[in-house]
Design a protein around this ligand. Sequence first.
Ligand code: GDP
Ligand code: MG
Length: 436
Amino acid sequence: ITDKLTDITRQFTGKNRITEKNIEDAVNEIKVALLDADVNLRVVRRFVNRTIKDATGEDVLRSVDPGQMFIKIVYDKMVDLLGDSRQDLELKGPDTVSVILLLGLQGAGKTTAAAKLAARLKKEGRNPMLAACDLVRPAAVEQLSVLGEQIGVEVYREETKNAVKVAKNALKLAKKKQYDTLIIDTAGRLQIDQDMMKEIVDVREAVNPDEALLVADAMTGQNAVEIAKAFDEEVTISGVILTKFDSDARGGAALSLKSITGKPIKFIGVGEKVEDLEPFYPDRIASRILGMGDVVSLVEKAQGVATQEEAEELQKKIISATFTLEDYLKQFQQMRKMGSVQSLVAMIPGMAGKIGDGDIDEKAIKREEAIILSMTLQERRNHRIIGPPRRKRIAAGSGTTVSEVSRLIKKFDKMRLTMKKIAKNKKLQNQLMTQM
Ligand code: GDP
Ligand code: MG
């Protein structure tokens, strides 16, 4: 899915003009990619409709950079799907015992998640205890004990087949020993099974957990979503730990879970080791799925830096040829915020398309900036007044030479000439508008 979406992202990056048809085509490709990733069909439909609705709006098609706006919309819709914002555990204060109940099918990663969670909470300064309530699989208690030892967390165990009894006794002991969190590992089955459900409901009633987290295997895709639905109906869950996220190239479960079950993903398992548990950040996962960590921040920067009004303002100045060195300097500074000299040059009127990739010299640009900074406001607003004495002063002030100052002024003069030509040429003007 990531490869596919990265392709789409790339098609749109830096595109200055897109049409409704472009958007529909891209959305269709995204639809196919999502279905391939085993995202629930209902979720895909909703995603597609919302994206098309937002992306074909006037302000997108007419914006400074519609391609980037489109990517941003896709990204935002994806963040919505994934759950909007980070949902942390809801635990009580350290003076009482908070209970976290883990449930899910066999092999989903419950026992591993119990240890991972304990290690994490311990690191955060809480004082957790583990309870081994999977009494169905012979080796399960031992597995948790080994993990507990490894992370230095006490594991409560009992020789019995009664999970409710173990859970109750564990909670008693946790209170007595002043632990502040009890994490209960329970037995799963190979598939949804009434015995299992009954046992979990009984444990749940016995310990009244603050969090009942479903541990679900991301690799099972839509199946994980069905399982979450079933567990929620029977036991009521408060959230999900999505395991084996490291092996799930498709992201389908993550994308469908929230909208189908209404329950947030709270953590993801990203490996077999105890430290391989991460909080689930919808925005980061959306970037990961879109394969565009950088693109998103670039879009945000672009939106923050060059708003439509600023672009229009600049356009007006260009057309009326009142563009000054002051504006020129502002362009440098705005573009520096975006971190790309390449796009800076592309935005400077008359320079777009004239300079190839290798031609830009960041150092030279810094020197030009220094020169303009050494000018008075009056000089910046009217470069014609800058005669030889002023040039000498500016060169000294900026640590450059008189010939460099003269070169910049000459270059700027030429640029304004180009602008005047543009101002008289409707066709060129249109070209320029689309460049912006
Ligand atoms: P349980 O039956 O639900 O208790 O599942 P386990 O905790 O015993 O885990 C089953 C298998 O999945 C084990 O081999 C774990 O090492 C593995 N596992 C659990 N979580 C993850 C994860 O986030 N990533 C990967 N790659 N493997 C995991
Ligand atoms: Mg287990």
